[in-house]
Design a protein around this ligand. Structure first.
Ligand code: TYM
Length: 328
């Protein structure tokens, strides 16, 4: 049997080129080498308030985008997290073996809890549910961007702790980061990672942005006080534009240096913008085709859930038995 891959994405905001280069591109690339399950994590999204109608629409939109970037439902299972109830069931069992101190140390928890006056306790449990998403399928590999590395370490710790308390139950998964593009930064604020929720229209390029919007955003990107590209002294903004170009075009380090050394920033931005537009054009075309076919997305999601439910239920049964919970 091929080793299993699992990864997830939240249906909040608009999926952007950071999501694509950090994770989604890899999902599509490795799906034929593994038994792959890709998950739209709506239960994670509701750890902060979401407008119900909007959330519903975002789930379908994201499913369309994932199919458009090349997730092939005849090979991979594309699922919505809440349609496989066992994720939440396993999350409770894992919660009971996870010390609170481990969760308090998570940087995303700290950032989210500092930003809001009152938060739901789901914000703290967030990484335990993420561990459940992964461990429930006995996934060996988890392709993500760099911002998820700490959550993945925690998942490994939770799996090991459960295994040592109750006997070997879970595969301990490995994190798979891309070599280029693991952390794409905001175009307007290159010290901060590009994020779906960041305010400001010049922050992120959405995968569905039309060409003129992409051009405008990239031409306005923050650079530094140098006039032209110098690989030794380039600031965060220029390094980010170069990383975006390299990740989209898969150029080698050498080719990148040859192409861009000494190039004026105006030309750098134009070149990067055209490369991004060219890479997103076929994705956007497929998205339009996929969403024009009534009922297709719902069918893919239902078939995905049906395919993976038995795997998830098996693992829950195994974990229940290991813990001594009642299994008729
Ligand atoms: P999410 O929805 O924030 O992001 C989805 C994927 O995109 C990657 N990513 C980035 N990569 C590079 N540069 C960026 N600026 C950037 N922003 C986001 C993320 O690393 C991620 O791989 N907690 C997860 C969702 C999740 C999950 C899981 C992931 C829930 N369960 C199980 C893997 C396995 C999240 O919020 O991703």
């Amino acid at each position: 049997m091929r080793p299993r891959v699992l990864s997830g994405i939240q249906p909040t905001g608009s999926p952007h080129i950071g999501n694509y280069l950090g994770a989604l591109k890899n999902w599509a690339k490795i799906q034929y080498d593994y038994d792959s399950i890709y998950c739209i994590v709506d239960l994670h999204a509701v750890t902060v308030y979401q407008d119900p109608a909007e959330l519903r629409a975002k789930i379908e939109e994201l499913a369309g985008v994932l199919l458009a970037i090349g997730i092939d439902p005849t090979h991979s299972s594309l699922i919505v997290q809440s349609s496989v109830a066992a994720h939440a069931e396993l999350a409770w069992m894992l919660t009971c073996v996870t010390p609170i101190g481990w969760l308090e140390r998570m940087t995303q928890f700290k950032a989210k809890s500092e930003a809001q006056e009152s938060i739901g306790s789901g914000v703290m449990q967030y990484p335990v549910l993420m561990a459940a998403d992964i461990l429930i399928y006995q996934a060996a590999i988890v392709p993500v961007g760099d911002d998820q590395s700490q959550h993945l370490e925690l998942t490994r710790d939770i799996a090991q702790r459960f295994n040592s308390l109750y006997g070997d139950t879970f595969v301990v998964p490995e994190t798979r980061l891309p070599t280029v593009g693991a952390r794409i930064m905001g175009l307007d604020e290159p010290e901060k990672k590009m994020s779906k929720s960041a305010a400001g229209s010049g922050h992120a390029v959405s995968l569905l942005d039309p060409p003129d919007v992409i051009r405008k955003k990239i031409l306005r990107a923050t650079t530094d006080s140098n006039p032209a590209v110098d690989f030794e002294t380039a600031g965060a903004g220029v390094r980010n534009l170069l990383a975006i170009f390299q990740a989209f075009t898969e150029s080698t380090d050498e080719a990148l240096r040859t192409q861009f050394s000494g190039m004026r920033y105006g030309d750098l931005k134009k070149t990067v913008a055209e490369a991004v537009i060219a890479a997103l054009e076929p994705i956007q075309k497929r998205y339009r085709e996929i969403t024009a076919e009534t009922g297709y997305i719902a069918r893919v999601l239902e078939e995905g859930a049906e395919k993976v439910r038995p795997i998830a239920n098996d693992t829950v049964k195994k974990a229940k038995r290991a813990m001594g919970l009642y299994t008729p």
